[in-house]
Each structure stands twice: as C-alpha cells, then as structure tokens.
Design a protein around this ligand. Structure first.
Ligand code: PGA
Length: 258
C-alpha cells in the first residue's frame, strides 16, 4: 500500500512564533492518520529543530527541509548539506521545486546529485517536477516531465525507488490560484506511474506516492485527491492557515487502493 501524504511547503513565509502556533493548531485538530496516511511539514531551516520537537511524540507527522546543497560539504557559504540535515534527524527533503530550478539554475543533473546525497544520508526526497505554461500550451508536458524524471531519478536502483515520493507541480498552477483540473492531474500522474512501471515494474510503480501541487485549497483538495493516481498533495499557500490545511489533511483518501 502506498502512502497518502499531505505535505506543507511553507516556503519563505511566517515567523518562528507563527510557525509554532501553526503546528500546535494542526496537532490539536486531531487528524486520522496512520502509517499510510501522513502529514509532512516542509519548514524553513531555522525552524527544523523546533518543528521536530513539536511532533516528536506524534505518530505519522514528519518534518521536511525545503532544500539542500548538491555537494557533500565545503566552501559554500550559506548552504546546508545532507549530512547536516541527517545529523539533526530530518527525515524528508523537498528537492527540485520549480522555485529552486528556475531562479537558482538547478538543472536535472544537479537535482540528481541532491537525490543521491539525500538517499545516502537516509533522508527521503520529495522530488518535484512539472512543466511551464508554454510547454503545456504546446501539448508537450509529458515529454517535459519524462525528461525531468529520467535525468534525475532513473539512475536509482529498484530498492531506492520503492516507496519514493514524487510531486507533480505544473508551474502554471503554483501560487496562481489556477489549479490543474482533476483530469489533467490524473492524466499526468498515470503517465508518471506508467513510466516508472516500464523502468522498474508495476509493483514498484504502485509503491510510489505521486502528490499533486499547485493551488490546492480546502475547496478543491477532496476532488483532486480522489483521483486514482493522486496520492495527496504538496501544498503552499493553504498550508499556512491551520483551518485550511486541516481540511486538506482530511481530504486524503482513507483507504488507498494499492
Ligand atoms: P501553492 O504552492 O499551493 O501555493 O500553489 C505549491 C507549491 O509550490 O509547492
């Protein structure tokens, strides 16, 4: 059975006290979670320890960093390494978000290096992919996403790929209020799962959680998460408001089919 995941991506928002209150509020909502129905808070680096302390005794809540550097260590002022995240017990890291790829020139090759380092340090990547609007307008979104996945992930071994987490985030839907339709999301998620099945086999493809990201709100989470190949979401804006994110969490499928 693959995991259904509500992952918050706070980005560069909210202060430390606001972050503390947000986690407290969400924990107090008392969500139905289990080992296949998870919540992950993707928080800014200075909040990682605090966030981990808050969820320490909570089952099925996890913390993610939003980025890490692609080199092991060295003279990279201001950067954070996989080893540093591992040393404080970070379990997940968002890698390849379009807000990193585009402004910080993160190529598929750099992202592949990050994936390898994260796995080496036992941190689970949440690998983001997704096409810009002009590619969608040309109808070339499948080729675009296929290349991102092939160049950054398909060197992994079958055991590394088992249970992997991918977030499909069409760039035109991020922070724009313009969500992909349920059908557009399902179509791409099914395409991604087929790609994985062709490379690694159906069992591994069925074990991969494919999250949708891009303007998920409390009002649309339920219908998008109900699609067969949508295994939850990576949520920006709506993850900053406890009531909204609470609805998103409760919109996860109760019993994943596979
Ligand atoms: P959004 O961001 O929900 O605010 O569109 C999603 C993301 O970038 O992960």
């Amino acid at each position: 059975m693959r995991k259904e995941i509500a992952a918050a991506n706070w980005k560069m928002n909210i202060t430390y006290p606001q972050a503390e209150a947000l986690i407290d509020d969400i924990l107090q909502q008392g969500h139905y979670l289990n080992s296949h129905r998870l919540v992950i808070f993707g928080v800014p680096f200075p909040y990682l320890k605090m966030a981990q302390d808050k969820i320490r005794f909570e089952d099925n809540y996890h913390i993610a960093a939003q980025n890490m550097h692609h080199e092991r260590n060295g003279a990279f002022t201001g950067e954070i390494s996989a080893e540093m995240l591992h040393a404080i017990g970070v379990e997940y890291v968002i890698i390849g978000h379009s807000e990193r790829r585009i402004p910080f020139n993160e190529t598929n090759e750099i992202i592949a290096k990050k994936i390898d380092l994260a796995l080496e340090y036992e941190i689970k990547p949440i690998f983001c992919c997704g096409e810009p609007l002009e590619v969608r307008d040309e109808g070339k979104q499948n080729e675009f996403v296929q290349k991102q996945i092939e160049e950054s992930l398909f060197h992994l071994s079958p055991s590394q790929f088992h249970g992997f987490v991918i977030a499909y985030e069409p760039i035109w839907a991020i922070g724009t209020g313009k969500t992909a339709t349920d059908e557009q999301a399902q179509e791409m998620h099914a395409f991604i799962r087929t790609l994985i099945a062709e490379k690694y086999g159906q069992d591994i493809a069925n074990s991969v959680s494919i999250l949708y990201g891009g303007s998920i709100k409390s009002s649309n989470a339920k219908s998008i998460f109900s699609m067969h190949d949508v295994d939850g979401g990576l949520v920006g804006g709506a993850s900053l408001i406890a009531a909204d994110f609470g609805v998103v969490i409760d919109s996860l499928k109760k019993d994943p089919e596979v």
